[in-house]
Design a binder for this molecule. Structure first.
Ligand code: ADP
Ligand code: ZN
Length: 294
């Protein structure tokens, strides 16, 4: 079986081909430009590479309700031309194969549950902490959708006592994304995250914010694994700091072995590494082939 995968990011698109074992056999990447031009490149790739199905993990927010007239669109985005552009429909007109469609982070959660850190588990939560913050939720063996889809990147936060940064989310100011995504770190400290030393206050502050939202996720959804990916998590010292925050926030109340004794194996990086997004899209393509998902 040859499955097509599209990781549709706000900065770059990655298209690839893989198989049902989650192995990527080929991939290309190009910058996200206006939708018509970007989709021309996607179409050209899959015209040269026949596939049996295609999974798309997209930047969001997106419309995931098949009965909606904007199904398959990114709904609200400042990216020129993309808001309500018929993304999925344009591809369906060209390729007569089943399509899987979900958020990039829901896709990554599914991919990690099939082939990665949450393999064999029926629940996990996937965070990407990069240019924005996104949260994907896999629970009771399926991806969670609802009114729209989970938007955990915009959870409200309690301020770190030493933090004077006002936050830079255009909608909420000091929500999680406004305080802890890559651009917030850069604005607060006047330098890029990759240039800030590992023992700097920036990282304990970062862990304070991420730890809060991971705690909220645990209390609300009780996932069996928490996976933290995205560019900011290249700062590996964040993992132990976040684990400590979570244990301290919960203070022994959630008496699961995974949290109390074994947290190093509970809050983890994506096992699929930088392929987590593309493998997620592959997982969506596979799921839609098998007709088991939604
Ligand atoms: P995107 O979210 O656009 O898909 P990334 O996940 O790579 O892409 O996230 C990019 C963000 O992560 C930028 O704000 C960048 O400054 C930050 N970032 C990338 N690498 C590092 C690093 N090593 N340390 C800290 N921040 C980083
Ligand atoms: Zn926000």
């Amino acid at each position: 079986m040859r499955i097509g995968a599209i990781e549709a990011g706000g900065t770059k698109f990655i298209c690839g081909i893989g198989n049902e074992q989650g192995i990527i056999e080929d991939k290309i990447s190009f910058p996200t430009s206006e939708p018509e031009r970007t989709l021309e490149q996607v179409i050209s790739y899959f015209e040269h590479n026949n596939v049996d199905s295609i999974g798309i993990g997209s930047f969001g927010p997106i419309d995931i309700h098949p009965s909606s007239s904007y199904y398959g669109c990114v709904t609200t985005t400042p990216k020129p031309g993309w808001a309500n552009f018929p993304f999925l429909k344009s591809l369906k007109q060209v390729f007569d194969v089943p399509f899987g469609w979900d958020t990039d982070v829901n896709a990554a959660a599914l991919g990690e549950s099939m082939w990665g850190s949450a393999r064999g588990l029926d629940s996990c939560i996937y965070y990407t902490i990069g240019t924005g913050i996104g949260v994907g939720v896999f629970a009771e063996g399926r991806l969670v959708h609802g009114l729209v889809h989970p938007e955990g990147g915009h959870l409200l936060t309690r301020r770190h006592p030493e933090d004077r940064f006002e936050g830079n989310c255009p909608y909420h100011g000091d929500c999680l994304e406004g305080m802890a995504a890559g651009p917030a770190i850069e604005k607060r400290w006047n330098r890029k995250g990759c240039d800030i030393p590992a023992d700097h206050l920036a990282w304990s502050m970062e862990a304070y914010y991420i730890g809060q939202s991971v705690t909220a996720s645990i209390l609300m959804l009780s996932p069996k694994k928490i996976i933290l990916g995205g560019g900011v998590m290249h700062q590996k010292q964040l993992y132990p700091l976040i684990r400590k925050e979570v244990q301290s926030n919960l203070n022994g109340y959630v008496s699961a072995k995974s949290i109390v004794d074994n947290i190093d194996d509970y809050i983890v990086p994506p096992a699929l590494g930088d392929n987590a997004g593309l493998c997620g899209a592959l997982a969506l393509g596979l799921q839609t082939m098998e007709g088991s998902g939604r």
